[in-house]
Design a protein around this ligand. Structure first.
Ligand code: AQP
Length: 339
């Protein structure tokens, strides 16, 4: 048995596949900052290799990667305390992913609901990369022996697969090498829904811009999107249970709770009985108050792309210093000569 001690380490990533949404902010980035401020060792990645599992215009991908880095910084991540880098600059991710492609089973991948959602009706035409996405995600995490991964609810199944891959590798090679990583899915907004359809996740690649709030939206746009958000004709109820069967109302209440750092129960106590004509402007004010400083800081940071590139290069070097020995040890376990 290879002995391994796993010190607490946090890893997470976001795809530079478009502009950042309020869903990314509440489900992921805000949590990233909390975990950095808890004093954990934290690595946060711009997962550009994941982004190209669906077509990305090269110039837009480069801009979205820098903008994502600016979004991380503007939300409160500090490159002196967190390692910030883009995935393609740390080749160990792709190398370890190949090993995991040989560990994971086809049947496991075929059960992934995100593949089914993203491939849609024409799965035969989806890229092989989209199918293998969860093995690369497992490699992102396990290349650092990360023990905790803050994510939104939609990534739960991929995290379970990461644990299955780690367990199968450890079992097949009779080692205790990879940790069984814990997902950290917390807060009132682990699944922010589309503003147009309470049954669909708010997503940066949704064709309708009105379905999401982008971190770069100005105050008027945010207010307009919330004003036009789909709701039902009833006022807000006084009890949380009464939100059952009202997905759009529930979504707006969850967003309000997450933005104001209150529980859903507290929000219901304060806002129960209010019509949406009253609640929506309150929510819009809160969203603008939170997002305006982030969006203006992002715009300022984007003026200096060289500085962003410098932060990413420095982050990649620090990430490699952790991942290289882990990959080398993996190769040795597998029996690769020269490792
Ligand atoms: N609506 C959401 N609510 C809560 N969390 C969310 N996340 C994304 N959308 C929501 C979380 O953000 C992190 C990064 O996600 P990602 O961009 O890498 O991939 P995704 O989940 O596929 O996000 P999108 O916006 O839907 O991207 P596209 O449209 O490109 O596929 C993850 O932790 C995710 O849970």
């Amino acid at each position: 048995m290879t002995e391994a001690r796993h010190t607490p380490r946090v890893f997470s990533g976001i795809q530079p596949s478009g502009g950042l949404t309020l869903g990314n902010y509440l489900g992921a980035m805000k949590r990233f900052v909390d975990m950095q401020d808890d004093g954990s060792e934290t690595l946060y990645c711009m997962v550009d290799l994941h982004a190209i599992t669906v077509w990305q215009d090269p110039a837009k991908l480069a801009r979205a990667t820098r903008e994502l880095c600016a979004g991380y910084l503007a939300s409160g991540l500090d490159p002196a305390r967190s390692i910030l880098f883009n995935q393609s600059q740390v080749p160990e991710h792709a190398q370890l992913a190949w090993i995991f492609n040989c560990v994971a089973r086809m049947g496991w991948m075929q059960r992934m609901t995100q593949f089914k959602d993203k491939a849609g009706k024409n799965a035969q035409n989806a890229s092989l990369g989209l199918f293998a996405y969860p093995a690369l995600m497992a490699a992102d995490i396990l290349a650092y022996h990360a023990t905790h991964v803050p994510v939104g609810e939609d990534q739960k199944q991929h995290l379970e697969l990461t644990r299955d891959i780690a367990a199968k590798f450890n079992h097949d090679y009779e080692v205790d090498f990879f940790p069984l990583t814990e997902p950290v899915i917390e807060g009132a907004a682990t699944r922010v829904m589309s503003l147009r359809d309470g049954s669909k996740k708010m997503s940066k690649s949704d064709p309708s811009d009105m379905s999401r709030i982008n971190l770069t939206d100005d105050a008027d746009t945010i207010a307009k999107k919330i004003r036009k958000a789909k709701t039902d004709p009833e006022p807000l109820p006084a009890e949380v249970e009464e939100l059952e069967g009202r997905p759009e109302a529930r979504n707006l209440v969850n967003i309000y709770a997450a933005l104001s750092a209150q529980s859903v129960e507290q929000v219901m106590r304060d806002c129960g009985g209010k019509p949406f004509s009253e609640f929506k402007p309150m929510l819009a004010d809160l969203a603008v108050e939170t997002l305006a400083p982030i969006s203006s800081e992002m715009a300022r940071l984007m003026q200096d792309e060289a500085e962003i590139d410098r932060i990413l290069a420095e982050g990649a070097a620090r990430a490699r210093a952790i991942a290289t020995p882990i990959l080398r040890e993996t190769f040795k376990i597998v029996g690769m000569v020269g490792a």
